[in-house]
Design a protein around this ligand. Structure first.
Ligand code: TPP
Length: 653
């Protein structure tokens, strides 16, 4: 690797020289179908899982024939076939994915563990703490393996943490831990093998701290000037490969000649594989393939026995049907509030999908902050309706881990505001994983959102635009009970990560007829709420109700209303139609103005529908301030306060 790097034949590489015993010993101690979450220094995991070297060489050249179609660098890729979960650069988030996989094993009652790597530097991340805490609280069979090599880039351990040994932290989490010589291959192998059995037998996690040393720079370019030479001299004597060789010689397991033969065979194999691996074609960008690979394709839906499946067309077979009622639907309906419709959609999904797991703070016996899962635990049991510690990042990561093992999951953010502490997992792990190495993230995150409830800056935010800007996610935002149920069911059936926004102020204030059947509303399709020919209001969420109220109070204006329902992907055909109907458009949203989705839609209309416009597109959004608490301030903050003014301005243009 070092030679190839110097020859410019592979791109960036992080050396594991001096640390080989940990990756190799740990990988060999596990079964081949047990997931490992390796990091940048763990070449030994990839080779121990017998990945073809030729394909690895292709990966390291950034070739399309590698493991990530040329989309990822060095070791940032995974392979389902080899049960290796590709890392994201952020290090710590890998550990919570191991939690999710271990949870899947526990639920399936399989005798398996997962194993997550971290450097000692990565242990300072909150993700380390969250992952260990969740594993301990949920009694998950997962091995956390710290490779303590003395430095995190240039930062020595004394500037990284204050405890004497990192393994001492195990006690704080309520788990067992052990410190081992990470340069002794047999010790690593034996320890991990024994711990694996312990984790399976006792259904518990385990923390291992393997002491080692990094014999080269963080990566080759950054050098090693900050490390005293004595340390290299000391650790050179402890080289894991040389010492193992000596051991085998001393024990009479191998002769000097046999060792020489093994080396030659290995060298020849590397040369042969390299010759194949160098035989790559130049990367050819295919925009369509690039875009298509961002999302997992949904399998054709199969009708489960006993479940009547309706879709959008059953409910609205007349494409000009107006309003949110089940226009053409002849089946039984109930008059439900938005919150009840969500509850029903979730409940039916739990019945249909035995592999659907719900996770969130206080969602079990307590029924959730808004009582959406009230009663679920009695019916579906605590293993499927799971209270979580206050560890948003780890729970999103665990949801991804469940997905690796074929589970679906729904995580309830107690309030959409708290997604900030799970943000990295959402936008970097869930969103990018399919594009990076073809793994789906079958996860729905429910996001109780929005203001108008006097709850102040941290319980009222509209943060949907953050996610609309993230390729790989889907963002859904219903405004009516019938849509909320059908869209939630569709979100759960979708194999991609979906952020499902539920407006808190609409939970109990909006109701309507909802089919009792299990049905879907198609993600990505807007709803034409009201026909008009003077002005089009394109909106979603609470904006739909503000627009409807305004139209009811101003019958003198012919108002057309479009409810987007999904914000990613946007329904551009419906947007175009709305522009065409009136030529005058207001985009209305509760989110603040700058960087809100209104700007995106306005730009798209300007680029694509300019000839249909009779006036500039106007945006009506909330003030560019945090959400204030006092009712007077909040009323002034919300976009609704400026809707009439915006409409008048547009009409008089
Ligand atoms: C969240 C985050 N912060 C910073 C970095 C940059 N970075 C990459 S590796 C590294 C050092 C990691 O040290 P350690 O966890 O001890 O692992 P080692 O590289 O020593 O194997 C740093 C700072 C990063 N990748 N992610």
């Amino acid at each position: 690797m070092l030679i190839l790097l110097r020859q410019g034949k592979i791109s960036k590489w992080f050396s594991g020289i001096g640390q080989e015993a940990i990756a190799v010993g740990a990988a060999l101690a596990l079964q081949d179908d047990e997931w490992i979450m390796p990091l940048h220094r763990n070449l030994g995991v990839f080779t121990s899982r017998n990945m073809p070297l030729s394909k690895l060489f292709m990966q390291w050249q950034g070739a399309q024939e590698g493991y990530s179609k040329g989309r990822e660098r060095s070791f940032h890729f995974g392979s389902r076939e080899h049960h290796i979960c590709g890392m994201i650069s952020h290090l710590g988030p890998q550990l919570a994915i191991a939690d999710g996989v271990a949870l899947a094993h526990k639920l399936k009652k399989e005798n398996k563990v997962s194993l997550g790597f971290t450097g000692e530097g990565g242990t300072s991340e909150g993700d380390f703490h969250e992952a260990l805490n969740v594993a301990a609280v949920w009694d998950l069979p997962v091995i956390f393996l710290i490779e303590n090599n003395g430095y995190g880039l240039s930062t020595p351990t004394r500037e990284q943490y204050r405890c004497i040994s990192l393994v001492d932290r195990a006690k704080g989490y309520g788990m067992e831990g052990v410190q081992i010589d990470g340069n002794n291959l047999l010790q690593v192998y034996d320890t991990i093998k024994g711990i694996r059995e312990y984790c399976i037998k006792h259904q518990k996690p385990y923390l291992v701290e393997a002491i080692t040393f990094r014999m080269r720079g963080h990566e080759e370019a950054s050098g090693t000037k900050y490390i005293p030479q004595e340390l290299f001299d000391l650790w050179e004597k402890k080289d894991p490969v040389k010492n193992y060789e000596q051991y085998l010689l001393a024990q009479g397991v191998l002769s000097a000649e046999e060792i020489e033969n093994i080396k030659n065979e290995t060298k020849n194999k590397i040369e042969q594989e390299l010759a194949i691996g160098m035989n790559i074609r130049p990367v050819i960008a295919d925009t369509e393939e690039e875009l298509n690979d961002v999302y997992a394709e949904r399998e054709v839906r199969s009708q489960k026995s006993g479940v009547r499946i309706l879709d959008n067309s059953d409910l609205h077979s007349d494409p000009t049907a107006i309003g949110s009622g089940p226009d053409s639907y002849r089946g039984a309906t109930s008059d439900l509030r938005l919150i009840d419709a969500i509850k029903q959609g979730l409940h039916q999904s739990m019945e249909v999908h035995e592999n659907l797991i719900l996770m969130g703070q206080d969602i079990a016996e307590y029924g959730g902050a808004f009582k959406i899962t009230d009663g679920f635990v009695t019916e579906f049991g605590k293993s499927r309706v799971r209270n979580t510690p206050i560890c948003e990042s780890a729970i999103v990561g665990a949801a991804l881990g469940l997905s690796l093992e074929g589970y679906k999951s729904m995580m309830e953010m107690q309030f959409a505001d708290f997604v900030t502490v799970g943000f990295n997992q959402v936008v970097n792990n869930l969103a990018k994983i399919h594009y990076r190495w073809g793994q789906q993230a079958d996860v729905v995150i429910r996001m109780p959102t929005g203001g108008g409830v006097g709850a102040g800056p941290f319980h009222s935010q509209s943060n949907e635009a953050w996610f609309v800007h993230t390729p790989g996610l889907k963002v859904v935002y219903p405004s009516t009970p019938i849509d909320a149920k059908g869209l939630l069911i569709a979100a759960i059936n979708d194999p991609n990560p979906v952020l499902f926004f539920e407006h808190k102020a609409l939970y109990r204030s909006v109701s309507g007829a909802v089919p009792q059947d299990y049905y879907e509303i198609e993600i990505g399709k807007a709803r034409h709420v009201m026909e008009g020919d003077e002005i089009s209001i394109i909106t979603y969420g609470s904006g739909v109700h503000w627009a409807e109220d305004y139209a009811a109070e101003h019958s003198e204006i012919s108002i057309d209303i479009l409810d987007l329902r999904t914000l990613l992907p946007l329904d551009y055909i419906a947007i175009r139609d709305a522009v065409q109907r009136t030529g005058k458009v207001v985009i209305l949203h509760e989110d603040t103005l700058t960087g809100g989705i209104g700007g995106e839609i306005a730009a798209w209309i300007a680029e694509n529908c300019f000839n249909l416009l009779d006036a500039p597109v106007m945006r009506c959004a909330s003030l560019d301030t945090p959400v204030p608490c006092s009712v007077e301030l909040e009323n002034n903050f919300l976009a609704k306060a400026r809707l009439g003014e915006t409409i008048n301005k547009l009409l008089s243009y």
